[in-house]
Design a protein around this ligand. Structure first.
Ligand code: ADP
Ligand code: ADP
Length: 226
């Protein structure tokens, strides 16, 4: 039941005529409905890994499989939420969400209704008609997360989504993420620097080495979530 499986992924960048290895034989998997966290020092190659999984770059060696089929270099299989909220500034908050639903094949009118329902559920009903820039950072992250959640993609990839938030907003977002993840059971690949955050949120954790990244250890989180 592996949803996403990376086997022996290596990649280097060339800079100034020299090769700089970024990933050195990384193998990992995310099972259906599983919450997996990558933890590693900055510069260890986590964003590179996401670009490979997203099909934005190709590995020098190794393969990426999705639902058991080769998907190396294929796009459109994941939803990606970067560190900074990434919303379309020219669309209202509601339209940012309804456009994700439309790409799932839902009609315009129905998508708008569902979007406003989702925004009410996450406490942003009043912000539906606003444009992203007037929202606080935490609110934008919520909308950005909701967008990633509703994109009809196999795995949600979340790249340090809470790094820029203050401690209180972060705790609030973590609880909120877990609640929504438990209801929807999406396959998640999450990146953080915080071992505490990893332990709170994940089913399984991979620890990466400093660049070039290798998997140093894999652990199953032995207790259930709060
Ligand atoms: P992380 O997301 O864990 O901070 P990155 O994937 O951004 O790590 O970077 C891994 C390594 O690859 C670093 O040494 C970084 O300098 C290098 N790197 C990342 N992107 C590029 C690029 N576009 N060109 C050259 N080197 C890069
Ligand atoms: P779309 O938003 O319509 O999917 P994009 O061109 O933004 O189109 O992205 C194409 C694919 O690459 C998508 O699966 C997206 O999630 C993924 N993607 C885009 N940027 C990145 C990135 N920096 N890291 C990982 N995946 C990415």
């Amino acid at each position: 039941n592996a949803k996403l499986e990376l086997s022996g992924i290596s990649m280097s960048y060339s800079r100034g005529g020299r090769r700089h290895p970024a990933l050195d034989g990384v193998s990992l998997r995310v099972n259906e409905g599983e919450f997996v966290t990558l933890i590693g020092p900055s510069g260890s190659g986590k964003s590179t890994l996401f670009r490979l999984i997203g099909g934005v770059e190709r590995p020098d060696a190794g393969s990426i499989r999705f639902d058991g089929r080769d998907a190396t270099g294929r796009r459109g299989l994941i939803s990606y939420m970067p560190q900074q909220p990434s919303l379309f500034p020219w669309l209202s908050v509601e339209a940012n969400i309804s456009s994700a639903l439309e790409s799932a094949g839902i009609g315009k009118k129905e998508a708008a209704e569902q979007a406003s329902g989702w925004l009410r559920r996450i406490g942003l009903g009043d912000a539906a008609r606003e444009y992203p820039h007037v929202l606080s950072g935490g609110m934008q992250q919520r909308v950005s997360f909701l967008r990633a959640l509703l994109m009809p993609r196999g795995v949600m990839c979340l790249d340090e989504p809470f790094a820029a938030l203050d401690a209180l907003t972060r705790a609030d977002m973590q609880a909120w993420l877990l609640g929504i993840w438990e209801a929807e059971r999406r396959s998640v690949l999450f990146v953080t620097h915080s071992i505490e955050e990893a332990l709170t949120l994940s089913d399984r954790i991979y620890v990466l080495s400093p660049a070039p990244a290798r998997v140093l250890s894999e652990l199953t989180v032995p207790f259930s979530r709060p």
